[in-house]
Design a protein around this ligand. Structure first.
Ligand code: ZN
Length: 243
């Protein structure tokens, strides 16, 4: 079944009207959906950061544990060496053991220094975690507020949107693929989302440039699809001023 140009134009106008209503719903929601997504991303980032700090602190604590064990080992070695020193047979043996003791004391000092450094790092990371957690808390509050705001706005238009989407699916079925693609393309190119307009007060309803009388007559006859020579929008009909 071949549809006439007039019925094609009618279908396009209908689709345009549906899309304009959907655009308006989106306009009312504004930037909120995007703001909510941005906040969710930011929060996820903070959570990862806190987790990373926690792991680093755990790692540092493990290192401290190992260093403390190292100190204990050195201390028991020193005790052992000191006992051995009681039973040396000559000065050479005594000096050799003294050297071992010195080495272990040095080892203890190194471990103590490393422990102090690790404790300092833990303290620093603890402060960073506290700061991050505070920001995280603030952002979570922001998100809750924005989500509530968005839910209220969405709730107001949810049903309309759903029914418009159904209408849209139905309207699309009546428009041939090629025309639908042109419509989508034009809509993407224009600021106000209007791809199909009518001539009003002798002017294109999209760009408001004057449409000459002969062209208006062609448009009104609906024998073929005519686009505005200035903006490329489809001119579906001519609206006559109410007399
Ligand atoms: Zn135009």
């Amino acid at each position: 079944m071949e549809s006439t140009v007039a019925s094609k134009l009618e279908s396009l106008l209908k689709l345009q009207s549906i899309d304009s209503q959907l655009d308006e719903i989106k306009r009312v929601r504004g930037d909120l959906p995007e703001e909510v997504r941005d906040l969710e991303d930011e929060i996820a980032g903070y959570e990862v950061r806190v987790q990373k700090f926690d792991e680093e602190i755990q790692n540092l604590n493990d290192q401290i544990g190992a260093r403390k064990q190292g100190i204990k080992d050195s201390e028991s070695l020193i005790r052992k060496y000191e006992e051995q020193q009681q039973n040396v047979r000559n000065n050479r043996e005594f000096d050799a053991i003294s050297k071992e003791i010195e080495l272990q004391k040095l080892e203890i000092q190194i471990n103590e220094k490393k422990i102090r450094e690790a404790l300092y790092q833990i303290d620093q990371k603890g402060q960073e975690i506290a700061g991050t957690k505070q920001r995280l808390e603030e952002r979570r509050k922001d998100l809750t507020n924005k989500n509530q705001e968005l839910q209220v706005i969405v709730a107001e238009s949810e049903e309309d949107e759903r029914s418009l989407m159904n209408d849209r699916t139905e309207a699309e079925k009546h428009i041939e693929e090629r025309l639908l693609m042109a419509y989508t393309r034009i809509r993407g190119n224009v600021r106000n989302g209007l791809a199909v307009v009518t001539v009003k007060r002798d002017a294109c309803g999209g760009c408001f440039n004057t449409v000459p009388p002969q062209r208006q007559a062609d448009i009104a006859s609906q024998k073929k699809i005519i686009v505005c020579e200035h903006c490329g929008r489809i001119l579906a009909d001519v609206e006559h001023r109410a007399v």
